[in-house]
Design a protein around this ligand. Structure first.
Ligand code: PLP
Length: 428
């Protein structure tokens, strides 16, 4: 038995499914055991048997500057030497918050939390407190973390495992969640108009990445913005993935559509647990201690995590960073399309910036969750396993994104394309 299988066996005895987050178990791609990671440097990840893989999981998004980046590691080490948590304000929190306010166009004030889930959960509490309305609208296939209200037709692991909702979530709670198809303006308009006086907020991943990457149709976000504004409904952009991924100002800057509240996570923690939610001053001032909406956290604004976040933003604010990510990602997309073409395999590669998904079995654009769900997940699983054995680590699900980082060199991009060719050769 190899080391990963041994470790996984023990893990399954002591942890549900042997993992601390469901998709890591790699069940949907037909693996008996996931790889156990020992360390990672740049765009390379090493398992416990010292096998090496080019990494496109990127810890599910955060590692945009690559693993163990010297600047991030030295910032973390320096912070560590000063203590790990104080439960009192530190200058680093102010510094990270200032950067976020400066760079994300719609954020005037921001509260730091410990995860994306905490950010979205707190954002809808704030929206409900501010509007004094109960309902929220979400889109099928969008994932907003695992808080009760969002576990309705959710993406990511919920989609991968085919879970319709979740036991343990009271009906009374999800009866306040309206889930509608992404990219469907007719249904959106009708829903908003019909329920306007009860809807506190619409929450959306401006570019959904948790059903695989599904870009918004032209005008969709603009209309969403206009209609919510007209009906005094708050618009929440869940930019936990797109924030600092599509550019320094995230998807809101990319599409020039400004939400009322923005949720962040992943990249702003540089690989440590951080989330954030921010928005217009008048809304954010509703939060305790300035206002009555309660939200708190023992480790919020943790000095090690904020140090890693600030160091990551240091690197991302260097000139040419996003252009470089775009060039390499475009080359990878083009290469993969060529390879699929040579084998006559239906695979629709959808990309925006440095995030992309190849939907197997598709030759038309994938525009919503139902589209995505009808992909050939068996074929994805076969491709995933072949790529893994060739030394490329992709997301272990059809319904996730591959992330290109600054550490992916031209050499690795070319190698990935060659290995994709080899992988397809091996699939019967
Ligand atoms: C990952 C993710 C979350 C949840 O963040 P966690 O840190 O895993 O709690 C929320 N929204 C989106 C869009 C995400 O991709």
């Amino acid at each position: 038995m190899d080391i990963s299988s041994l470790f996984f066996k023990k893990a399954q005895e002591v942890m549900p499914g042997g993992v601390n987050s469901p998709v890591r178990a790699c069940k949907s791609v037909g693996m008996d055991a996931p790889i156990f990671v020992k360390e990672a440097h740049g765009c390379y990840i090493y398992d416990e048997e010292d096998n090496v893989y080019i990494d496109y999981v990127s810890s599910w998004g955060p590692m945009i500057v690559g693993h163990s980046h010297p600047h991030v590691i030295s910032a973390v080490k320096e912070a560590l030497s000063q203590g790990t948590s104080f439960g009192a304000p530190t200058w680093k929190e102010v510094e990270l918050a200032s950067r976020i306010v400066e760079l994300v166009p719609s954020i005037e004030k921001v509260r730091l939390v410990n995860s994306g889930t905490e950010a979205t959960m707190s954002a809808i509490r704030l929206a409900r407190g501010f509007t004094e309305r109960k309902k929220i609208v979400k889109f099928n296939g969008c994932y907003h973390g695992h808080a009760d209200s969002f576990l309705v037709k959710a993406g990511s692991g919920v989609a991968t495992l085919g879970i319709p909702g979740s036991p343990g979530v009271p009906e009374e709670i999800v009866s306040n969640t309206i889930a509608i198809p992404f990219n469907d303006e007719k249904i959106l308009k009708k829903t908003l108009e019909k329920e306007a006086k009860d809807i506190a907020a619409v929450i959306v991943e401006p570019v959904p990445a948790n059903m695989g990457v599904v870009p918004p149709k032209e005008g969709f976000l603009e209309n969403l913005r206009q209609w919510t504004r007209e009906l005094d409904i708050l618009l929440i952009f869940d930019e936990v993935i797109t924030g600092f991924r599509l550019g320094l100002g995230g998807a809101q800057e990319y599409f020039n559509v400004m939400p009322d509240i923005t949720c962040l996570g992943k990249i702003i923690g540089g690989g440590l647990p951080v989330g954030a939610y921010g928005g217009k001053r008048e809304i954010m001032d509703m939060i305790a201690p300035d206002g009555p909406v309660y939200q708190a956290g023992t480790l919020s604004g943790n000095p090690i995590a904020t140090a890693a976040g600030i160091a990551t933003l240091d690197i991302l604010t260097r000139p040419g960073v996003y252009e470089m990510l775009e060039e390499k990602s475009a080359a990878l997309e083009e290469g993969l399309n060529e390879v699929a073409g040579e084998f006559g395999i239906k695979c629709r590669v959808q990309r925006i910036g440095s995030m992309m998904t190849g939907f197997f079995g598709k030759d038309e654009p994938v525009t919503n969750f139902d589209d995505a769900l009808s992909s050939d997940t068996k074929m994805y699983g076969a491709f995933f396993r072949q790529m893994l054995s060739q030394g490329v680590w992709l997301a272990p699900s059809q319904f996730e994104a591959a992330f290109v980082s600054l550490a992916h060199g031209w050499e690795e991009i070319e190698m990935t394309i060659e290995l994709a060719y080899k992988a397809l050769e091996e699939i019967p």
